[in-house]
Design a protein around this ligand. Structure first.
Ligand SMILES: C[S@@+](CC[C@H](N)C(=O)[O-])C[C@H]1O[C@@H](n2cnc3c(N)ncnc32)[C@H](O)[C@@H]1O
Ligand code: SF4
Length: 461
């Protein structure tokens, strides 16, 4: 069983503070290339259909009414609600094409609408999108599927939550970020506590499970005191899960961030203090640290899956559905089918053009080789369970672990001395002080990083 405790060690965090990937895939998207396109995806999708594996469907709804200055998501900001119709028309066609290719009779165990803001679209459009999905794919009708949606509480009408439940959703995450008004003004996201609470209450009334809230630390004007107040309110609200994301200020990369004054950001020390406070407060109040910004109550399915070592990580973050092929629909979305990754075109016009030509919108991807699969398994185990049993990997991949990874194990010795992990003959175990630095540990097993240092990723903490 996984040890679910965590320790905040400021010296270690400062010492290991360097950029690193978030490992929602291995290899990461940096390795995707245009030699893997529609034809390759189609070949793998057909193979996947023969396997009969269940499906996980991701739908990207890229629209937002107003821009939050910190935002790093793939989105289109517009007040014109009519812009959704031409997009949804293409999405419907993509659903038909994918279902034809993938054998629509396979059960859809997981479904997710992300964005952007999925509730930007009208009730009629939401119903039509789910009807189309149900018509083409085999959705569960008994509420046993894990069907989730990202909600911006400012974009919800009185009966939206009831409608979402009626069309089949049973999980949701709410974007909050911070309750403090000064912070909200500085990031152009004014959202009252009442707006957040009323959605949460409606969701509970309608029987949604696993309610999750998104917060961000490191935003302008945040301090230990102000974020502490937000956390206290969150604890009263008592969501099942929390994602507390680290704000990385990269204005060269994300244009809206240019409207945030660097001088208004908390200092690196204050930011670490906020992180420490967050971990202390949440763990003292019964939440477990799942890993990579995520916390959950001990009885939440993520925490249970971690204890039972069935937790998995993919493009949607942590998941309890390791056995599914993940199919991404809509612009920018990423699929994980068989031993491949593939991504749809990012620009609206080019996405429309492809779909209108009766083609799938894949523009780049990657087919994993044996070494990739082996390393993916090692990284997934470490990042999900904080422990790696060498015999399991040896059995799956026919290698001798200590020989294959001799150089990596040597490198881990330094981390072991620092108290991040323990090496045993049969396993590698991440210690409570190493959990916040799990990315650093995974990076040791990343062949592409070993080969090519100096890539620009967001800071680990
Ligand atoms: C697509 S949004 C969620 C749905 C909806 N658009 C909303 O904002 O409520 C996904 C989440 O990503 C997080 N996020 C976005 N940009 C971020 C950034 N630059 N750094 C850290 N977290 C970020 C926010 O917590 C946000 O709630
Ligand atoms: S945080 Fe959500 S609402 Fe704000 S701009 Fe990003 S995707 Fe849109």
């Amino acid at each position: 069983m996984t040890n679910q405790s965590i320790e905040f060690d400021i010296d270690l965090i400062k010492r290991y503070d360097k950029s690193g990937p978030r490992y929602t895939s291995y290899p990461t998207a940096v390795q995707f290339h245009d030699g893997f396109g529609e034809a390759e995806y189609r070949k793998w999708a057909q193979k996947s259909s023969e396997s009969g594996r269940p499906l996980s469907l991701y739908f990207h709804i890229p629209f937002c009414d107003t821009v939050c200055f910190y935002c790093g998501c793939n989105k289109v900001v517009t007040k014109n609600r009519k812009r959704a119709a031409p997009y949804l028309e293409r999405l419907h066609r993509e659903i038909e094409m994918q279902a034809e290719l993938l054998d629509g009779s396979r059960p859809v165990n997981q479904l997710h609408w992300g964005g952007g803001t999925p509730t930007f679209i009208s009730h009629e459009e939401m119903t039509a999108l789910m009807d189309k999905t149900r018509e083409c794919f085999n959705l569960h009708d008994d509420d046993s599927g894990e069907y989730s949606i990202e909600i911006d509480p400012r974009e919800v009408q009185t009966d939206t939550v009831a409608l979402l439940r009626k069309i089949g959703f049973n999980r949701m995450s709410l974007g909050v970020q911070d309750f403090d008004l000064q912070v909200q003004k500085a990031v152009n996201r004014i959202q009252t506590e009442e707006q957040t609470l009323s959605v949460l209450e409606a969701a509970r009334r309608e029987g949604f499970k696993s309610m999750s809230i998104d917060l961000i630390y490191g935003l302008p004007f945040q301090s230990v005191e102000s974020f502490g107040r937000t956390l206290d309110r969150i604890l009263e609200i008592s969501p099942d899960r929390l994602a507390v994301f680290n704000y990385a200020h990269l204005p060269e990369l994300f244009k809206p961030q240019r409207r945030i004054e660097a001088g208004d950001l908390p200092s690196p020390q204050e930011k670490l203090d906020i992180l420490q406070l967050t971990i202390d407060k949440l763990t003292r109040n019964g939440y477990l640290y799942i890993g990579m910004d995520h916390f959950a109550k001990p009885d939440d399915e993520l925490a249970v899956a971690q204890r039972e070592r069935t937790l998995y990580r993919n493009f949607q973050g942590y998941s309890t559905h390791a056995d599914c092929d993940l199919v991404g629909l809509g612009s920018t979305s990423i699929s994980q089918v068989g031993d491949t990754y593939s991504q749809n075109l990012k620009g609206m016009e080019e996405y429309y053009e492809r779909i209108d030509a009766g083609r799938l919108a894949v523009f780049r991807g990657y087919e994993l080789n044996e070494d990739d699969k082996l390393r993916r398994s090692v990284i997934t185990n470490l990042i999900c369970h904080f422990v790696l049993h060498k015999a399991e990997v040896e059995k799956s991949f026919g290698i001798t672990f200590d020989e294959y990874f001799a150089a990596e194990l040597d490198e881990l010795a330094e981390m072991e001395k620092d108290g991040l992990l323990e090496q045993h003959p049969d396993r590698i175990e991440v210690k409570p002080a190493g959990k916040l630095l799990i990315r650093n540990i995974c990076m040791v097993f990343d062949r592409y990083l070993r080969e090519k240092a100096n890539r620009s990723f967001s800071k680990v903490i």
